[in-house]
Design a protein around this ligand. Sequence first.
Ligand code: HPA
Length: 287
Amino acid sequence: MTYFDQVTEAAAFLRAELGPLTPRIGIVLGSGLGAVADAIPAPTIVPYAQIPHFPQSTVEGHSGRIVAGLLNGVPVVILQGRVHFYEGYSPRQVTFPMRVLGALGLRAVVLTNAAGGIAENYQIGQLVALRDHINLMGFNPLAGPNEPRFGFQPGSGLRFIDMTEAYSKRLRALAREAAAAEGFPLEEGVYLAVSGPSFETPAEIRAFRALGATLVGMSTVPETIVARHMGIEVLGISCVTNLAAGLGLKPLSHEEVCETGRQVEHRIARLFERLIPSIAAPLAGAK
Ligand code: HPA
């Protein structure tokens, strides 16, 4: 069975599980950021383990299930937990869930992650909207034969894809407005992706700063690339869970990352309850 057929099968399974719900917006929740899913009344929950071909997360703090339903009245599908390259998954496995969202007909995704803060003015716990990224993961998930059938949206599925506006200006503006209405600023930053799983050295962080990065993390970029390949609009939101290596006083730990995530996840939930309806408005009725 081809990769495309596996994606199609997983999407067909999920469509049956979702019944009449036809989401156009997806949300991917990063380490310790699961609370948004609790804002959905009477959700449909599908553990990744039940979905054909779906990869399973092996990391603590990533629960591994799909939560679908109405978020403030808007149909959404939430991926609670993701799989990472550092777990030993191939680039195609890492991006399998995003491909399935594309096959479901999604038009926009909000990708959240935990990130180390490189910019000097960042505070632990602050949220930053991604303006751009730098891919230092060492691979591109689109490498290999192009599969034009992933062009679910008009004009997408191309061999060479434009990444000039990988992170949608429109969605960033809506996110900034929603954050302001919730009473907090939302800065924009540049996310540099590494493969992990070791955290960075202080020398690497100094190098990344010189390259123009303000955030560092181990996810999101492969998902953004395949989402753009499928013509899906992307909003990236990082939670600065720790200061990057060499900038704080303590050693870095996954516990700190998850603990900060837990402190901030309710703020993200409020932000999304306001933001998602504004993202959905122009997509309404879209096929
Ligand atoms: N580095 C890489 N990934 C991360 C970090 C970090 O400091 N914090 C959360 N994810």
